[in-house]
Design a protein around this ligand. Structure first.
Ligand code: AMP
Length: 405
């Protein structure tokens, strides 16, 4: 592989896999959050500034899964044309559009593309071959560029045509990561490979089953693992604690006990809530009370961590040198149950102020950090949800391996 800064882009057609899978307004299809478009700008601008032409490809949603009622593809909803205007505004230049991501017509559009020009290809997922990672389709994509750059970290865990297989058709010196990918990999590796100690991982969210592989791998690298959110209750019930109507995965209770045993054997501290905010219904208007876990009322459910737990978790976080945070401590989307997640977000920001390296990843923790206006006070916010989790599970991501060769 090559480094993006070592490649000469002048006069080259550069095929860039970006992640423009952005949220759109349901009625007007206007882009409602352009974070992912902004994240791709440094790479695109570098290619243009150096005198290359940028051919951008991405997926948008799941057009072949979300068909119209009559069974046909909803082109109007899933076209990447919706992104053209915002991209053009952010780049400060016109963006041309190709109605298909492969084919003769598109190849012609690429052929006449001048240096400094940008061509956005139509949604790669309009073709079933994309998610199947078919070689022939990948080869057709590869015809559109002299150089292939992958800057779509959010899709790096998928062995799809445009994220992985297409890279086969480029020699090592003609493929590289974009700046976003470089930063994501560098920051994740900083935590996975050489975390400054003590290293605390905060894992929250709804389900143990989604995070179990991450937790198991973290047992090899973390000093402290803090558990919060709905998944705590599987651990608590497995230990014989009353949890009322709180979320629980009965079939994961053995796994939870196994994690606790392994942690003890390896000297890793696992923290589980001691007290919580319980509610009589899953609603912002519910009746609520704070109680210790052993006093959980039968008919109530735990929806946030409470003061003792917040104090314990914050102390551990603030004495850490490396902090990884994935998943909220409660139902933070509802004001009544957001205090725990906000307090933990503040503790992560304080730790960062004190010199710790903090990495935030996964949609909901990123949303929480933004909701509480703390984005400027953490070290790095990852754009990848599933991709980041798989890196922390210890997996090699196909999109990364395809470039590294
Ligand atoms: P995840 O996508 O697995 O990270 O889970 C995030 C979701 O978990 C958020 O939508 C939270 O509202 C939800 N969540 C967090 N804590 C709880 C809880 N105690 N009970 C039910 N849902 C929760």
């Amino acid at each position: 592989m090559s480094q993006i800064d070592q490649i000469h882009f002048k006069g080259r057609k550069v095929l860039i896999r970006v992640d423009f899978n952005v949220p759109l307004d349901k009625k007007t299809f206007a882009v409602t959050d352009d974070t992912r478009i902004r994240a791709a700008l440094p790479t695109i601008k570098k290619v243009l500034k150096d005198g290359g032409a940028a051919i951008l490809m991405s997926h948008l949603g799941r057009p072949l899964k979300k068909l119209k009622e009559d069974g046909s593809i909803d082109y109007e909803r899933f076209t990447l044309k919706h992104v053209v205007q915002r991209l053009s505004e952010l780049l400060g230049t016109d963006v041309l559009f190709a109605n298909d991501c492969i084919g003769e017509k598109t190849e012609q559009q690429v052929k006449i593309l001048q240096q400094g020009h940008v061509l956005l290809l139509e949604n790669t997922r309009f073709h079933k071959e994309e998610t199947k990672g078919e070689e022939a389709f990948s080869e057709k994509l590869s015809r559109l560029g002299d150089i292939y750059i992958n800057d779509a970290f959010g899709s790096a865990h998928r062995a799809h045509a445009s994220t992985t297989i297409v890279a086969k058709f480029f020699q090592p010196d003609y493929k590289a990561f974009g700046y976003l990918m470089e930063a994501e990999i560098k920051n994740a590796e900083k935590v996975i490979k050489s975390p400054e100690k003590p290293f605390t991982a905060i894992i929250g969210g709804a389900k143990v089953s989604d995070k179990i592989l991450v937790i198991e791998n973290l047992l090899n690298i973390a000093d402290n693992i803090i558990i919060g959110g709905g998944m705590s209750y599987t651990f608590l019930k497995a230990q014989g604690q009353p949890i009322g109507k709180s979320l629980c995965e009965e079939d994961k209770m053995d796994t939870a006990l196994d994690v606790l045993k392994k942690a003890k054997d390896r000297g890793v501290n696992v923290y589980i809530p001691q007290d919580h905010i319980v509610a009589d219904q899953f609603s912002n208007d519910a009746h609520t009370q704070a109680c210790s876990i052993e006093n959980t009322p039968n008919d109530w459910m735990g929806l946030d961590i409470a003061e003792k737990t917040i104090a314990e978790y914050s102390k551990v976080i603030k004495s850490s040198k490396t902090v990884l945070w994935n998943g909220p401590m409660g139902v933070f989307e509802m004001e009544a149950f957001s205090h725990g997640t906000k307090s933990i977000a503040l503790a992560v920001a304080d730790a960062t102020d004190n010199g710790a390296f903090s990495l935030i990843g996964g949609g909901d923790s990123v949303a929480a950090i933004n909701q509480f206006d703390l984005a400027e006070r953490v070290s790095y916010i990852s754009t990848g949800g599933g991709a980041l989790l798989e890196l922390f599970e210890g997996k090699t991501l196909p999109g990364i391996a395809a470039i590294q060769g």
